[in-house]
Design a protein around this ligand. Structure first.
Ligand SMILES: C[S@@+](CC[C@H](N)C(=O)[O-])C[C@H]1O[C@@H](n2cnc3c(N)ncnc32)[C@H](O)[C@@H]1O
Length: 293
């Protein structure tokens, strides 16, 4: 395998990437050419900071080709294009053969939620101390357990237990929280998401874990639930306040994640007409907020 490396200014990245695709590159990746230098640019904005940028000022574009002549030919073709003005070829290099599947798999180790509760990819054996296991492989939908917000929700489920409950997972992604709820005793579970790929992924993951649940688009959520889980983000969570609270049965629990520590007060305010939210867990700057409704 051979990689062709290019230095490309911001405005030319799309054209160069498209051309490399058209030239049968096996893959094209784009990274900040100034990463780890003083000129490194943040791509995500924060309140009070300059707006986020669409791209980096200078990108390193790396295209993979099966042979050295194919990589060199692609470089030659690119050099003759108008949009290549300002770009430069950094070189063509041999990439040592790797077992890509094994390499990808090795990056996903079992994740500990509690000492007894683990999320384990299918190619791993569960750790000896695991009493509850969710089998989950990285897929298209969010929720492999590697993110603190997911882990905090699962920890809440494991420590509170949901024996016999009707549970709603709103924004289910991979379905990981719904599956966790089933493992901890929930009797009936609805898992909903605006993304159809997430709904499909939830169905497949539930099947792989021998868990019964109803997955669908948000209009599948119906009536009241003893526990409503929603790991989305602060802004949608604020907008969804009346809807989510309306789904919690009297005396039931609302569990919200996807919230940064500094967003706690705005969430409390948005939910104040319906519930008294409190911070009940935190990890890496993210918080879990819960209420009894
Ligand atoms: C951060 S992921 C959480 C996935 C999983 N529940 C977890 O805890 O790992 C948020 C999910 O919410 C979905 N989502 C975002 N806005 C939504 C909305 N307004 N209604 C329903 N789902 C939404 C997204 O498609 C995404 O799958």
């Amino acid at each position: 395998m051979f990689e062709l490396r290019l230095l490309v200014p911001e405005d030319n990245v799309e054209n160069v990437s498209d051309a490399l695709d058209a030239l049968d590159a096996l893959s094209v990746s784009v990274e900040d050419a100034d990463a780890h230098t003083d000129a490194e640019q943040a791509l995500f904005g924060e309140p009070g900071m300059p707006p986020p940028k669409e791209g980096w000022q200078r990108s390193r574009v790396i295209a993979l080709f099966p042979t050295e002549p194919a990589a060199r030919e692609a470089a030659t073709v690119l050099e003759f294009q108008d949009f290549f003005n300002g770009c430069s070829i950094l070189g063509v290099a041999n990439v040592p053969e790797q077992d890509w599947v094994r390499l990808t798999q090795s990056q996903f180790a079992p994740v500990e939620v509690t000492p007894e509760f683990w999320i384990v990819p299918t190619w791993h054996e569960p750790p000896a101390q695991a009493r509850q296991v969710i089998r989950l492989d990285p897929g298209l939908a969010f929720g492999t357990g590697t993110h603190p917000t997911t882990r905090m929700c699962l920890r809440w489920i494991a420590t509170h237990g949901l024996e016999g409950q009707r549970v709603l997972d709103y924004g289910c992604g991979s379905g990981i929280l719904a599956i966790g709820a089933a493992k901890y005793g929930a009797a009936r579970i609805d898992a909903v998401d605006i993304d159809e790929a997430a709904v499909e992924s939830t169905r497949l993951n539930a099947e792989a874990n021998a868990v019964q649940l109803n997955a669908g688009l948000p209009d599948k959520a119906e009536g009241r639930y003893q526990t409503v889980l929603a790991n989305i983000l602060a802004t949608p969570l604020k907008l969804l306040a009346p809807l989510l609270c309306g789904h919690v049965a009297p005396g039931g629990s609302l569990v919200l994640a996807g919230i940064l520590e500094r967003q706690a007060d705005e969430l409390k305010e948005a939910y104040a007409p319906y519930a008294r939210l409190q911070v009940s867990d935190s990890e890496d700057g993210w918080i879990l907020m819960t209420a009894t409704v």
